[in-house]
Write a protein that binds this ligand. Structure first.
Ligand SMILES: NC(=O)c1ccc[n+]([C@@H]2O[C@H](COP(=O)([O-])OP(=O)(O)OC[C@H]3O[C@@H](n4cnc5c(N)ncnc54)[C@H](O)[C@@H]3O)[C@@H](O)[C@H]2O)c1
Length: 336
């Protein structure tokens, strides 16, 4: 049994990792401001501290309050478009909070640190699938903020021996297959929940951005990785850091799905058509982004168990269809 601090554990990806840690018998303390997350997303059994990561005193108090074996850091600003309008806020928050937390961790003697990083740090890649040797040339302030955070952690390792794993997620998607957790963002910018919301009448019709890409059906192709598989990757790198060096991995299913394929999968799950219209490309959106997960598989034994698009979309649809108001519909949310 070990004890972990999970920042952002009331958010989408973080809550699924909290669940996976609890299920294998670890103790978890969540630090989350609930700015974007939900009290009802924190699985029972985890301790929730509501607090702001930018507040040094809060972070120090949490690290003094328990003895942690490691930190998993999910709390961040993560909207690409917003980051282009407010780059300084993104860089200040994402880099400052990550490195402030790393500094406090070193002082408290917590020497394992896992960072949620992103495929956005590769920008417009030269090669597909994207492996860890790809040049890191982010084209958004969000992507750059994660790259700077990764670099800061390299310095923390060199100077203080803080061992870190940075997982560059491609598109986290799906929901807990047990139906206990799901994805509930406001605003929602991800394709799968937006297609699900559209088919359930909870959101506007979907817009397909770009139909003239050089792909089989003309729409953009992305790599969707099931959030429960992502959770498994976190457990594996956390264990690897116990006596291994710092590491960096791209985490994706290794295959791509087009926007129209995602829409077709949502229609299979819902049994009815997704309302959508066709629109122009968005600036800066490449045709294809697919990860190579070969290094992660080779070095940790990870493999996606819920890798099919129907698994991913089916679990996302099932959670939302049962929770039409998302976490706002849960008693725990209002009881707070
Ligand atoms: N969802 C994806 O597809 C994806 C892809 C690549 C990378 N990521 C990264 O994974 C992480 C989690 O993503 P998500 O989709 O679960 O996001 P999310 O917004 O659902 O969760 C983030 C959580 O962090 C909390 N938080 C944010 N800033 C905070 C602060 N300063 N202090 C305390 N709590 C704070 C929020 O309240 C929220 O609960 C992020 O770091 C994101 O950049 C996500």
């Amino acid at each position: 049994m070990a004890r972990y601090l999970v920042t952002g554990g009331a958010g989408y990806v973080g809550s699924h990792i909290v669940l996976a840690l609890l299920e294998r018998g670890d103790e978890v303390v969540v630090l989350d401001s609930l700015r974007q997350g939900h009290r009802g997303a924190v699985p029972p059994g985890a301790e929730l501290v509501v607090g702001e990561l930018g507040n040094r005193k809060t972070v120090e108090e949490v690290l003094a309050g328990w003895r942690f074996d490691g930190i998993l850091h999910f709390a961040a600003l993560s909207l690409v478009g917003e980051s282009m309008r407010e780059p300084l806020r993104y860089i200040t928050e994402n880099v400052g909070n990550t490195l402030g937390l790393a500094e406090a961790a070193v002082r408290a003697g917590v020497m394992r640190f896992v960072l949620s990083s992103t495929a956005a740090l590769f920008g417009l890649p030269d090669r597909i699938p994207i492996d860890e040797t790809e040049a890191m040339k982010p084209v958004s302030a969000y992507g750059d903020s994660k790259l700077m955070a990764e670099r800061g952690l390299e310095w923390a390792d060199g100077a203080h021996g803080l061992r870190s794993a940075c997982l560059r997620y491609f598109n986290a998607a799906g929901a807990d297959p047990g139906g206990r957790l799901g994805e509930d963002h406001d605003p929602e910018t991800h394709l799968i929940p937006n297609a699900v919301n559209a088919v359930l009448g909870l959101g506007p019709p979907l817009t397909v951005f770009g139909t003239d890409y050089d792909t089989p059906d003309g729409t953009a192709i992305r790599d969707y990785v099931h959030v429960t598989d992502l959770a498994d990757a976190h457990l594996r790198v956390l264990d690897k850091l116990k006596d291994g060096p710092s590491c960096r991995y791209n985490v994706g299913s290794g295959t791509g799905a087009s926007v129209l394929e995602v829409i077709a999968a949502v229609e299979r799950a819902a049994g009815k058509p997704v309302p959508y219209s066709l629109g122009p490309r968005r600036a800066g959106d490449p045709a294809v982004l697919v990860a190579s997960n070969a290094k992660l598989r080779r070095e940790t034994g990870w493999e996606p168990k819920l890798g099919s698009l129907d698994d991913i979309v089916g679990t996302a649809y099932a959670w939302r269809a049962r929770n039409l108001k998302g976490y706002r519909g849960l008693a725990a949310e209002t009881a707070a």
